[in-house]
Design a binder for this molecule. Sequence first.
Ligand code: CO
Length: 366
Amino acid sequence: MNARYRRLQVALQRARLQAIALNPGPSLTYLTGLHFHLMERPVVAFFTAEGQQAVVLPRLEAPKVAGRDALQPFFYGDDPSQWQAAFREAIAALGLERARIGVEPTRLRVLELRYLEAAAPHAVFPSAEEVLADLRVVKDADELAAMQRAVDIAQRALEAALAGFRAGMTERELAAEVVVQLLRHGSEPDLPFQPIVAAGPNAANPHAVPTERPIQRGDLLIIDWGATWEGYFSDLTRTFAVGEVDEELARIAAVAAQANAAGRAAARAGISAGEVDAAARSVIAAAGYGAYFTHRTGHGLGLDVHERPFIFGGNDEILRPGMTFTVEPGIYLPGRGGARVEDDVVITAEGARSLSDLPRALRRLE
Ligand code: CO
């Protein structure tokens, strides 16, 4: 954790920020290992470029920060009229009354920002989104081990869920089974997202929500699921044939798997994220389905389900060893069905290694 904070200090100085203010979420976990739930009561931690750390939090959370001598706590009680004072004391103790304090616009809520602005009316609060993304984008060995474990849990859980599959069960029933098996196989309860189980025409929607529709013979079935280990996520997708599917549905499933393979094969250090997208997309375009691949090829993965690097056409971010992201091309035929194959890969010195290895060819379920 200290090494991470030292890297943050350098990055803050470079960005001319005197501090960052974080509320509960992946960046706070990354820097401290602390987990707080986002509640109606604000929790805000400060990290200064000079190396001082403080946190404003409800007194009932005191046990969580006990023994962390470097982190100076500013507690408040149940009466909301006291909360502002805790923010003022923290800002004064850190000398941030007139500072540039970086925040995460996609995380920090109006709730916390109002307290910060009132405590430091002469400070400014620019986005530190990129500073933090830069810190987190290359994973170390511990992070990769956690992600591998999240993948292993997810793969075993899916096999267990499929063992209970029968045609005629609803998407929701199968989704529930996937969740149960994820937890039973050791996933932390904060799943990266609710599994997507989408069959038949529902599979033509990349972000489908499981419905009461029974999964029928002749359907393509998309399952998009993931597990959590030490806060790190996996995010996988496989496509299945329920009984016999028609020729074109079998074809799009095969093309999606080929596009996934092409994306993984292209991925390596020194090329751009956009080139990975192009490698996967060109396979689908060549098969005549370019118009039916309606989303980016992938996204970075780690303590967030969607983080840098984003794998979209034209993105010139250069891939580096230790970056982790999904490769998940899909083809969606409105009203008929869809297919997607998603793996989690890490850039290595030699190329890219997939953390996931479940068979990708269309597998038939009965
Ligand atoms: Co994904």
